[in-house]
Write a protein that binds this ligand. Structure first.
Ligand SMILES: Nc1nc2c(ncn2[C@@H]2O[C@H](COP(=O)(O)OP(=O)(O)OP(=O)(O)O)[C@@H](O)[C@H]2O)c(=O)[nH]1
Length: 217
């Protein structure tokens, strides 16, 4: 390999940003459908898995190549909330409920309570927007909840939409990168103390305990 080729690879690598996103929600709300839709643009109706899954996916966001490190969580019951390890690992959260399932929005409220003072960039997603006849949660209720969380909200249909699903991940990525940029100046301070420090440190440590990532290119 020529030195120019090596330089080219180095240059490409240094322009890539990575964002770690956990997709969190009650069982059956469509977390896997959303994740797989984003990665492959395809809809997989039945996606059977028994544990959390990691994926890496590269996509362009506003002209920049971004590596999305995605964790598709897999709670077995409504009582199983994401582990602190997952929350520490994530740069941002996609919180998902289904408009057809009141328990699923209650699950999100519990996760938010559990987060306490941990301030992670978040988007709130109401899935299964096609099942209007089975709707239990109005759009307004979702909007109000997002307002109380101070986060972005969108009602989607993983079963039918492609670009709208990508928008969800892109929007969260933008927020993560914006915060990262803002915090860059005070990185040293954050590494020496305070809440964020614990998060940053634990993130590195916890990677090995999280599910191994899959390559989907
Ligand atoms: N009608 C409709 N069904 C959907 C939609 N998204 C997902 N589903 C269905 O909902 C069921 C659950 O979808 P999954 O993607 O497996 O949900 P999950 O949240 O990953 O489920 P767990 O892995 O069990 O936690 C499947 O039968 C999907 O086909 C949607 O937008 N509309």
């Amino acid at each position: 390999m020529t030195s120019n080729a090596i330089k080219g690879i180095r240059r490409k690598k240094s322009t890539l940003s990575e964002v770690k996103i956990a997709i969190v929600g009650a069982p059956g709300v469509g977390k896997s459908a959303l994740t797989v839709r984003f990665i492959t643009k395809r809809y997989i109706g039945e996606y059977d898995h028994q544990s959390d899954l990691r994926y890496k996916h590269e996509a362009m966001v506003d002209g920049d190549a971004i590596i999305f490190d995605l964790l598709d969580s897999c709670p077995k019951t409504l009582d199983e909330v994401p582990s602190s390890e997952t929350l520490n690992w994530a740069d941002g959260l996609v919180l998902v409920y289904a408009i057809t399932d009141r328990n699923s929005i209650n699950y999100i409220k519990r996760v938010k309570l559990m987060l306490g003072s941990i301030d992670l960039p978040t988007v709130l997603i109401a899935n299964k927007g096609d099942l209007i006849h089975l709707r239990q949660i109005s759009t307004e209720e979702g909007e109000n909840l997002a307002r109380s969380f101070d986060c972005w909200f969108k009602e989607v249909t993983a079963a039918e939409q492609v670009s709208q699903i990508a928008d969800v991940f892109h929007e969260l990525c933008r927020e993560i990168l914006q915060i990262r940029k803002k915090n860059k100046q005070s990185l040293l301070d954050r590494m020496l103390g305070g809440k964020t420090v614990v998060r940053t440190y634990a993130r590195g440590k916890s990677d090995s305990a999280l599910p191994k990532e899959r390559n989907n290119d």
